[in-house]
Design a protein around this ligand. Structure first.
Ligand code: SAM
Length: 285
């Protein structure tokens, strides 16, 4: 039987479908992106158009990436006569930004994103060149807290370093469970991520930083010097030389080092020709 696009939509847990129903919060999230008629915007998971309705008509071009068949069909129908809105009925993790925009560096990204794929979405947007101009996303509060955590605490780790080494991040607002239907099990936070432009690191330095960060927080209770000896096969003399080069005390634990220090250390390791013995590829946390 053909699908009726006006039929009520049952939320699918598997697609992280918690729909934002509070109009004030919808508006605040969209305003955080500072939309303008010059903008090209990609919305991830528009769903029932909670954010979309405040975006359409305010930006030059809006690309909606929605995986759900029924919701994508409704979007097609709703925006059929609007050449400024395009629907991409696909998994956002499978769509390269080059297919969304001819100039991904200009692209702004927004979304109340499915919480089960938060990390791959964020790293998919950041571990690439060029990065989009700006990203406003609603994510699980606990993940936002980890991204924003100051050095020294238990929540500070690979996620914080990975994101903050390449972008400025700020909390836009916290959102309670009651703002959604159905209510999610967790609380939410909207963050704004603005990738640093020009990028502060070369792509090779970024790759070295990822390897270092994963090694460091994989063994976060150890002293940094022990981790470097294990992961990079450094001798005590080589650790000492690194301390001399960077001015860092490597007897401290990795969690006490700010993202900038990780960058410095990754660069120093690379310029001294030290390479990790373990293969990269572990997802941050
Ligand atoms: N933006 C809407 C809102 O704020 O009410 C819906 C948000 S809901 C948390 C997440 C949305 O992402 C749903 O519409 C869901 O179907 C869609 N989605 C889930 N996985 C997706 C994926 N891999 N690619 C694109 N969209 C996806």
């Amino acid at each position: 039987m053909p699908r009726d696009p006006s039929a009520p939509h049952r939320a699918k847990r598997s697609l992280g479908q918690n729909f934002l129903v509070d109009p004030n919060i919808q508006r605040k999230i969209v305003d955080a992106l500072r939309p303008s008629p010059d903008d090209e915007v990609m919305e991830i998971g528009p769903g029932r158009m909670a954010l979309t309705q405040h975006l359409a008509g305010r930006v030059g071009r809006l690309v909606l990436v929605e995986l759900d068949n029924a919701l994508a069909a409704r979007l097609q129908e709703r925006f059929a006569g609007d050449p400024s809105v395009e629907i991409v009925h696909e998994d956002v993790l499978q769509v390269p930004l080059e297919r969304i925009s001819a100039d991904p560096a200009r692209l702004k990204v927004i979304g109340n994103i499915p919480y089960n794929i938060t990390t791959p979405i964020i790293f998919g947007l950041l571990e690439r060149r060029p990065r989009p101009a700006e990203i406003v996303v609603m994510i699980q509060r606990e993940v936002a807290d980890r991204i924003l955590a100051p050095p020294g605490g238990k929540t500070y780790g690979a996620l914080a370093v990975g994101v903050r080494a390449v972008a400025k991040v700020e909390r836009v607002l916290n959102v309670s469970r009651e703002a959604f239907r159905p209510a999610p099990d967790v609380m939410s936070t909207v963050i704004r991520i603005v990738p640093l432009n020009p990028p502060p690191l070369t792509e090779d330095d970024e790759a070295a930083l990822r390897v270092l960060t994963r090694a460091a927080f994989g063994q976060r209770r150890k002293q940094f010097q022990r981790i470097l000896r294990d992961a990079y096969g450094l001798s005590p003399e080589q650790v000492q030389a690194l301390e001399g080069d960077t001015g860092m005390d490597l007897t401290a634990r990795p969690e006490s080092f700010a993202p900038e220090r990780f960058i410095e250390l990754a660069r120093a390791l690379r310029s001294a020709g030290h390479v990790s013995k373990s293969a990269p590829g572990v997802d941050p946390e």
